[in-house]
Ligand binder design. Structure first.
Ligand SMILES: NC(=O)C1=CN([C@@H]2O[C@H](COP(=O)(O)OP(=O)(O)OC[C@H]3O[C@@H](n4cnc5c(N)ncnc54)[C@H](OP(=O)(O)O)[C@@H]3O)[C@@H](O)[C@H]2O)C=CC1
Ligand SMILES: Cc1cn([C@H]2C[C@H](O)[C@@H](COP(=O)(O)OP(=O)(O)O[C@H]3O[C@@H](C)C(=O)[C@@H](O)[C@H]3O)O2)c(=O)[nH]c1=O
Length: 303
């Protein structure tokens, strides 16, 4: 039985990962998050409240548990908040990674680190794993700095880059496009949705599966794990309306330049997943099948 430690277990990916791995007889799961456990209770994993920005807590946790694998999902994922609270963003997105790398080095853990398409400037996506990074906002800068800490270390590591993750879990840390569009249209609220940004949206379950394939194969290096369709948020909104039979006339086309957000967003990102498809046999759902998967879960979660 292999011990696996998952940080950020209250988050969207964290909850999906614990659900996926706790069911496997070959893994012993330790879920880590700040504060109280928001996952449904189960005997198939243990939970510990740990602040990953506290070096002492990180070091003693890894020393005590000595996991074979650490999957690090915890991060400040509110891109505008990263822009306005730079110090807190750096602490969580970079300094915590430094603590984890040090502890993994000392205790010989394989680190799987989660990263993002926002390390790119969005000038010529979709991107391969080799494309040169050039972040245009602070969140992207922090995630790139964290990648550099991992890649320059001599531990065993994998970096998973992903894009616009959507899904549904208990007490969500952040909203995502499908839930936001669905709720807005149900409430007959008009929404402005951009036509000039491009992403390969990623179903949270597919991302969790990508993490699982990496640890199963102990695959080292950088892997793009994302959906297979390049879509604009406007197209995603239309598909969501159509799936749930909601009135799409509440969806207005918008241009990114009309938005006044603290953080700039890269226009055309998206990640190419050929490497993961070939090397890991990663097979993501289509966007429509992803919406269907959420629809089947909506009733069991309080939004
Ligand atoms: N969501 C997306 O669209 C994308 C995400 N990613 C990356 O994927 C990873 C997972 O993202 P996702 O699951 O969506 O993110 P979430 O925001 O859903 O989850 C992040 C979790 O980290 C927890 N956390 C915050 N601070 C600390 C801390 N000091 N110690 C321990 N845990 C903490 C949060 O807790 P709390 O809930 O209490 O705030 C939250 O549950 C991240 O690294 C992110 O950068 C990459 C591309 C796209
Ligand atoms: C709120 C809003 C968003 N959108 C679009 C823009 C954007 O492409 C998409 C999602 O918007 P958000 O502001 O929620 O998400 P955003 O912060 O752009 O999402 C990012 O999050 C971080 C964590 C990542 O790592 C990235 O991969 C990326 O997905 O929806 C609109 O068109 N209209 C709106 O009113």
């Amino acid at each position: 039985m292999k011990k696996i430690l998952i940080t950020g277990s209250n988050g969207l990916l964290g909850q999906k990962l614990v659900a996926l791995l706790a069911d496997k007889a070959t893994y012993q799961v330790i879920a880590i998050a700040k504060g109280t456990n928001r996952l449904q209770s189960s005997t198939a994993y243990t939970y510990q409240s740990i602040d990953v920005t506290d070096q002492e807590q990180v070091e003693s946790l890894i020393a005590r548990e000595k996991p074979e694998f650490v999957i690090h999902t915890a991060a400040m994922t509110n891109v505008d908040q990263c822009e306005t609270q730079k110090e807190a963003c750096w602490q969580l997105n970079v300094t915590a990674v430094e603590f984890l790398v040090k502890a993994c080095r000392k205790h010989h853990c394989f680190l799987v680190h989660l990263s993002t398409d926002f390390i790119f400037d969005g000038e010529n996506g979709p991107y391969t794993e080799e494309a040169p990074a050039n972040p245009i906002n602070y969140y992207g800068q922090s995630k790139l700095a964290a990648e550099q800490l991992v890649t320059s270390s001599d531990i065993r590591w994998a970096i998973i880059r992903t894009v616009l993750v959507y899904g549904i879990v208990q007490d969500m840390s952040r909203n995502n496009i499908i839930l936001w569009v669905k709720k807005s249209l149900e409430e007959k609220k008009t929404i402005q949705v951009v036509t000039d940004q491009w992403r390969t949206p990623t179903l949270a379950e597919d991302l969790a599966m990508g993490c699982y394939l990496i640890i199963e194969q102990e695959a080292e290096g950088i892997f793009n794990i994302a959906g297979k369709e390049l879509l604009s948020p406007y197209q995603m909104a239309l598909q969501t309306a159509s799936y749930f039979h909601l009135d799409a006339s509440y969806i207005n086309e918008a241009d990114s330049s009309t938005f006044s957000q603290p953080a700039r967003r890269p226009l055309k990102t998206g990640l190419l997943i050929n490497k993961a498809q070939q090397q890991l046999q990663f097979r993501p759902h289509s966007f429509t099948d992803g919406i269907a998967k959420i629809a089947a879960q909506v009733q069991t979660h309080s939004l």
